[in-house]
Structure formats: C-alpha cells, structure tokens
Design a protein around this ligand. Structure first.
Ligand SMILES: Cc1cc2nc3c(=O)[nH]c(=O)nc-3n(C[C@H](O)[C@H](O)[C@H](O)COP(=O)(O)OP(=O)(O)OC[C@H]3O[C@@H](n4cnc5c(N)ncnc54)[C@H](O)[C@@H]3O)c2cc1C
Length: 235
C-alpha cells in the first residue's frame, strides 16, 4: 500500500510555516495484465509479458481513441484532508464511485475539542483552523484575517450547538467550504485519464490540481504507459 502525503507550504510565510496535510492512499488497484489482455484481444497480438509490442499497441490504441481497454483497470483511493470546496468539484466526475465521511461524525470531533473555545491569540486561531480547515494560499496580510474569521466561525458553531441544542444535520449549514473531509474514491483508468487531463491543468482549482498530481504519483510505475500521452509530471 502506497501512501503519499502532500505538504502545502507557502514561501511567503517565512516565520510561521503554514501546513495543510493532504493524504492520498492508493488502497487497491487492478493489475496492468487486464488492460494488456483487452488490448491483445482487440488486436490479436500475442506475447507472455508486457513487452515492447504491448507498449506499442497501447500507444496506438490511445492514438486511435480505442480507450475502452482502460475500463478494465480500476483504482481505489483514500483521500484525506481535502476541503468541501474540493469535494463538490470532485464529485462532478460522474464516472467514479464515492463514499464520503459523514459530517455528523466530523462535527462530533469538533464538539469535543476544548481548544476552540479557549483560542484568543493569532497563533491559537491558526492552530485550530489548520486542524479542521484547508488553508488557501492567501497573502500573509489576508491569511491572519482568514485564521481569525474562520476560528470565530468554528467558535460560533460550538455556541449554536451548546445554546440551541441543534442536531448536527442543522449545524452543518454553518460549516465553511474550507472544512476538511475525507473519502474513498473508486474509478477506472479511462475515467482517471479524463480526471487527470482536466484537473492537472492550470485552469483547475489549485487544491484539486494538487490532488490530481498526488493521485497520479501514487499510480504504479507499470501503469504509466496508460497515461504517458497526457504528459503529466510525476515529481
Ligand atoms: C477548469 C474547470 C472549470 C470548471 N468550471 C465549471 C463551472 O464553472 N461550472 C460547472 O458547473 N462545472 C464546471 N466544471 C466541471 C465540468 O463541467 C465537469 O462537470 C467536470 O469536469 C467533470 O468532467 P466530466 O463530465 O468529463 O467527467 P465525468 O462525469 O466523469 O464523465 C466522463 C465522461 O463521460 C461522458 N459523460 C458523462 N456523463 C455524460 C452525460 N450525461 N452525457 C454525455 N456524456 C457523458 C463524457 O464524455 C465525460 O467526459 C469545470 C471543470 C474544469 C476542469
């Protein structure tokens, strides 16, 4: 099982390093053999192992847009520490299956956290916000305000919970889009190609773009032949 962690550090923040920890784990995946068998079946090529002939065949099939062979290869990723803003973009990719952590449970963690009510200084705001929210690459001046307003928001959520005794299903309407969540995502290589093409592009939201690179990095080396035409960096 390969685990890839990604640290978002911001060079502008020289004194206090701002860190968001996103974790992508490739829990399971199909062997490339299924794709090779599909490719060979469609074009009557024969050999025992993945060899230069198979590579050539796969490259040709991509060129000819015969990409249904990639539907035989499936991946399951566990994705942790991403925002709900990212989540709503991710689930637009319909050719995938998702299971997302229930907000009810995440809110339980929040209500047990004694640090939130106590937080009064910029450093304390920062600490609790980073615990529960994804922090965008704001300029330093704005960043401090982001920490403060988001920390106040978290405090208000706790106040709503204690004062009005509302259920978590109602409280969740107060949550910011930056609130962290986690999910399991399963998709096949054809859908992953589409996802990576769209979401590693510079036009994509910065957070989903970084997730795209992490997912790509977690793919086994012998699978890269299925993606090499997309010219995505693995580093
Ligand atoms: C840079 C960027 C900006 C975006 N901005 C916006 C925005 O402002 N507003 C917004 O609403 N969305 C936006 N999107 C989301 C985008 O429109 C797609 O919904 C999303 O990228 C999922 O892509 P997809 O449909 O190809 O993927 P999937 O849903 O996984 O579908 C994969 C492929 O299956 C086929 N397919 C799936 N469903 C159908 C269908 N019903 N009919 C026909 N073919 C289908 C298509 O060929 C599709 O490419 C943006 C996406 C990107 C990358």
């Amino acid at each position: 099982m390969d685990i890839y962690r990604f640290r978002v550090t911001v060079s502008r923040c020289s004194v206090e390093e701002r860190v968001n920890l996103v974790k992508v784990t490739l829990i399971d995946y199909d062997s490339i053999k299924k794709t090779i068998t599909a490719a060979r079946t469609s074009h009557g090529s024969e050999s025992d192992n993945m060899g230069p002939k198979d590579k050539k065949l796969i490259r040709n099939l991509i060129k000819w847009k015969h990409t249904s062979i990639f539907e035989h290869c499936s991946y399951t990723f566990k994705i942790e520490g991403v925002s709900r803003a990212l989540l709503q973009e991710l689930v637009r990719h319909r050719m995938a299956s998702y299971t997302v952590r229930s907000t009810r449970y995440t809110l339980k963690d929040l209500t047990k956290d004694k640090d939130i009510e106590k937080a009064k200084t910029p450093a304390e705001y920062k600490k609790i916000v980073e615990r529960y929210c994804v922090v965008p690459e704001f300029p330093d001046k704005v960043l401090e305000k982001f920490y403060e307003t988001t920390a106040q928001n978290l405090k208000h959520i706790l106040l709503f919970l204690s004062k009005y005794k509302l259920s978590n299903d109602l409280i969740k309407y107060l949550l910011p889009e930056s609130f962290k969540t986690e999910l399991v995502m399963t998709l096949n290589a054809r859908s992953l190609r589409n996802f990576l093409k769209l979401r590693t592009s510079k036009a994509a939201l910065w957070e989903i773009r970084k997730l795209g690179f992490m997912m790509y990095k977690s793919i086994p080396k012998d699978h890269i032949i299925m993606y090499e035409d997309l010219n995505i960096e693995r580093n």
